[in-house]
Design a protein around this ligand. Structure first.
Ligand code: 5AD
Ligand code: SF4
Length: 431
């Protein structure tokens, strides 16, 4: 199984920092950080970074397999992503893109669409833009949730420190390395997120040791999703080979932020996120949709704030109330609200990577597909070892918990099938 297609380096910039990689005749650029590569090498790129090199003997059969398949998939995608007929002037303007960007009022109008036919046109238009601007690549990342201890007390979150009812766990270094080996060697992942609550049990040194050990063995892109740590810690993690960070700002409304995240300030969070971006990290960020007290204007601002960060990936999802939190009685957001935000983000940031988050999948079995057909182009698969995953209880209804014998392989097979049916290639071709 393969979650990235190898490409051949055909040139390297004079400063040695950028490789131009050829994939079936198409050229993409990717940054070279610490990898010893030369022209003619076959490499994997993830998130716009060269993460690993493979021999020609290994690469050629993979490319042969993909060549025909790639063209077949593109045809399917083209058919599904045609522009709908008779679209409204609002959607026509959205489709046109940056020359005359949507105003905030128009963005709000998009979020206010209710009519079923109009909603379908909205999603289709966004999907059309995705196809036109980025073609059919869809990256599939894995996530390993290695600790559910958290010292923060966010009002919306099931693993907040005040929730005494959950069983807490921490994976040892050895367990984390084993889970990574399994994800990479057995399942073929090329990009993994290591996520935990804010858990100071793991010292900077422990995290760095884990990252170093992973990178000694595997050419993959590692995203850390560990909340607010010192900049020194992040610099050391980057040095050890973790070039990605997944960190949401949660909401662009500073008052709402302060209310929902006791003791925390939105400005501090944003300062860190922007600092990470300007220091070369691959940044995935975003917000929650449907928080109590959040308005449509807030969501418009959430999308615009995400865009202003110039993220490598949009990661936003629905708020789902958790029984053991102060927000237990708040209404849950609806799938259409999230799909509208996916489409809107595609309109305002047409070349972005937009993730279908695991929380969206709690709505229905079809939510992944609906997200991909509303403009999204990335997926995340939960690879947390079975004995722990039920305890990573951020919100109720997480997928993959319903069966006793959940196997990531099954979810992966289903995802591959879904991607094929939509004409998407499970890959990340760099930028
Ligand atoms: N519903 C949906 N997402 C949640 N998160 C935390 N609690 C919830 C909830 N009740 C998300 C936050 C955080 C990520 C790790 O999980 O956005 O950034
Ligand atoms: Fe901790 Fe993150 Fe949950 Fe807040 S949202 S309580 S920081 S895990």
């Amino acid at each position: 199984m393969c979650y990235a297609i190898p490409g051949k380096i055909i040139s390297i910039s004079k400063d040695g920092k950028t490789a131009t990689i050829q994939y079936f005749g198409e050229l993409r650029n990717a940054h070279i950080i610490g990898a010893a590569v030369s022209i003619g090498d076959y490499v994997y790129a993830q998130g716009g970074i060269v993460v690993g090199k493979i021999s020609e003997t290994e690469a050629l059969p993979i490319l042969k397999l993909w060549k025909t398949k790639f063209l077949e998939l593109k045809k399917v995608d083209e058919e599904l992503a045609s522009i709908p007929e008779n679209i409204s002037s609002l959607l026509q303007k959205a489709e046109a893109g940056d020359e005359e960007p949507l105003t905030k009022e128009e963005m709000r109008d998009v979020l206010n669409i209710k009519d079923e036919t109009e909603l379908n046109s909205l999603y289709q238009t966004a999907n059309h833009i995705r196809k036109k601007r980025l073609d059919n690549a869809c990256c599939v990342h894995g996530i390993i949730e290695f600790s559910n201890y958290c010292m923060q007390n966010c009002l919306y979150c099931g693993i907040r420190c005040d929730n005494k009812k959950i069983t807490r766990y921490r994976m040892s270094e050895e367990e984390i390395l084993q889970a990574v080996d399994y994800a990479v060697d057995r399942l073929g992942f090329k990009a993994l997120v290591l996520q935990s609550g804010e858990d100071s049990y793991y010292t900077d040194e422990m995290l760095i040791s884990i990252v170093k050990k992973i990178r000694e063995k595997h050419g993959i892109l590692i995203f850390m999703s560990i909340g607010e740590r010192s900049k020194e810690c992040y610099i050391k993690l980057y040095g050890a080979g973790a070039y990605g960070v997944l960190i949401r700002f949660e909401t662009s409304n500073s008052k709402l932020y302060a209310r929902l995240r006791p003791g925390k300030k939105l400005d501090d969070r944003l300062e860190l996120i922007r600092w990470l971006k300007s220091n070369g990290f691959v940044v995935a960020t975003g917000f929650l949709i449907g928080l109590p007290g959040q308005t449509k204007e807030d969501i418009v601002n959430d999308v615009l704030l995400t865009k202003s960060i110039v993220p490598d990936m949009y990661s936003f999802g629905p708020f789902i109330p958790h029984q053991e939190t102060p927000l237990f009685a708040a209404p849950s957001s609806q799938i259409a609200e999230v799909l509208k935000v996916i489409a809107l983000s595609r309109f305002v940031d047409q070349e972005s990577k937009i993730l279908v988050t695991t929380a969206l999948e709690t709505f229905s079995h079809d939510a992944k597909k609906a997200g991909l057909l509303a403009g999204a182009n990335s997926l995340m698969i939960n690879l947390t070892p079975e004995k722990y995953r039920k305890h990573y209880d951020l919100y109720p209804g997480k997928t993959g918990l319903e069966t006793e014998n959940w196997k990531p392989n099954k979810e992966i097979q289903e995802t591959i099938k879904l991607l094929e049916s939509l004409g998407r290639a499970p890959t990340d071709l760099g930028v």
